[in-house]
Design a protein around this ligand. Structure first.
Ligand code: ATP
Ligand code: MG
Length: 393
């Protein structure tokens, strides 16, 4: 009898031909996140779920579960044992899994990959179910049981486990292709990045800062945020763009109310170039409709026009409270609540334009050399890499 964790795949069943591709990514991600905790061959795959052979050390197991909870593409995380194929073994493992639980209804769900097994799934369900009902004095309930015991009968073995911990859901990190996310030290863009990662995008990050004209702290905060976000995709790149000189040029040459939109359009252009180098298919921002002056529909349209790549805005329909709830859940909240020198508050106008006119924007941009700035900013851009876990190679 060996202790195991069984993790079920989320949504993958829906993906038809892509299933093999998704499962391969998911298996790689599960193995990656457990690096340094369990040997790579502790995770074996197939049939809509993976079996993970665990260490009896409880501390290691807690860490294993903590990491598995952050793997996108898993629907739930279950504990159990690998065992032989007799009903007595099923009964005794089910009993040990339930002994400390308080419950009044139970369901047993058996599946047989080994069709040569002498009993049908329904017969196993009934026999083990009857044993558990009398042992714990509970009733069977097949639609909404308090506890469910799973029995999977495979070639020469069986897995018996109890379902409990919900997984992260979503799609395996990386299966949907690459995006470049414009990330600040504010609440919104880290949450937007998390949400798009959860849909399977691999995120490359770009942050614009005004150092050395202001302090270094937006960079430090973004780095701390990336330590957290890298737990979901295992390897991240952050491009740091020193933006202050370009901002000063914009300030000198263009009307005050247009500044924020002009900054944003420059950011989008530089991010698009990085996206092209990175073979990414979209940009991502943390904008939410109407949240601040630069996020009116008209301004969003004008900002979009600066790029050919689509700009995805996972938070466009979210309220601030909804965004903050996610920020707390993913622990970026505590970092983002600290004050920081935002490059957009550096040299920001008092009365920003809320309804930008494309002709006026074009006229303002004719006053400075947009293409020359893009090249200069790219030359000065630095790249930082993040890895999770630390044993990732
Ligand atoms: P956030 O909380 O993400 O900073 P916000 O509500 O403060 O967003 P804005 O400051 O208008 O809104 O920024 C809108 C979006 O533009 C951000 O969500 C982010 O995607 C991008 N952005 C803003 N500042 C920066 C920056 N310094 N570097 C990279 N991207 C930025
Ligand atoms: Mg901001």
């Amino acid at each position: 009898m060996k202790p195991i964790i069984v993790v079920h795949h989320h949504e993958i069943g829906l993906k038809g031909k892509n299933r093999g591709y998704f499962e391969k990514h998911l298996l790689r991600n599960v193995r990656l996140t457990l690096k340094g905790l369990l040997p790579q061959n502790a995770v074996t795959g197939g049939f809509g779920r993976f079996i993970i052979y665990i260490d009896p050390n409880q501390e290691v197991t807690n860490e294993v579960i903590g990491r598995l909870k952050k793997v996108f593409g898993l629907s739930n995380i279950c504990f159990g044992f690998e065992t032989g194929q007799s009903i007595e073994e099923f009964n005794s493992i089910a009993e040990s899994l339930l002994i400390e639980k308080s419950f009044s209804t139970i369901c047993v769900k058996t599946s047989r990959a080994n069709k040569a097994y002498p009993k049908t799934s329904v017969e196993v369900n009934k026999e083990v179910g009857a044993f558990l009902c009398s042992r714990f004095n509970v009733r069977a309930n097949l639609s909404q049981p308090d506890e469910t015991i799973y029995i999977e009968i495979v070639d020469k073995l069986a897995y018996v486990y109890l379902s409990k911990i919900p997984g992260a859901g979503g799609l395996p990190a990386g299966v949907s292709g690459r995006v470049v996310s414009l990330i600040s030290a504010g609440f919104d863009s880290p949450v937007a990045s998390y949400k798009i990662m959860k849909r399977g995008a691999y995120v490359v990050y770009v942050h614009f800062h005004s150092y050395p004209f202001v302090s270094h702290n937006s960079i430090d905060q973004v780095k701390k945020i990336l330590e957290l976000l890298t737990q979901y995709q295992y390897f991240s790149k952050l491009y740091l763009v020193p933006f202050a000189e370009c901002q000063q040029d914009i300030v000198l040459k263009t009307p005050q109310p247009l500044r924020v939109i002009l900054y944003r359009r420059m950011m989008v252009r530089v991010a698009e170039r990085i996206a092209t180098n990175e073979k990414a298919n979209a940009l991502v921002t943390g904008e939410s409709l109407g949240q601040v002056a630069s996020q009116t529909l008209r301004n969003i349209r004008v900002i979009n026009n600066a790029a050919k790549l689509p700009i995805l805005r996972p938070l466009v329909g979210s309220d601030k409270e909804e965004i903050i709830d996610v920020a707390r859940k993913i622990e970026t909240y505590d970092i983002c609540k600290e004050p920081y020198d935002d490059c957009c508050s550096f040299l920001t106008p008092r009365n920003p334009e809320t309804w930008a006119d494309p002709a006026e924007i074009a006229e303002a941009e004719a006053q400075f050399d947009v293409n020359d700035w893009i090249e200069k900013l790219l030359v000065k851009t630095e790249k930082v890499e993040f890895k999770f876990p630390s044993s990732y190679t």
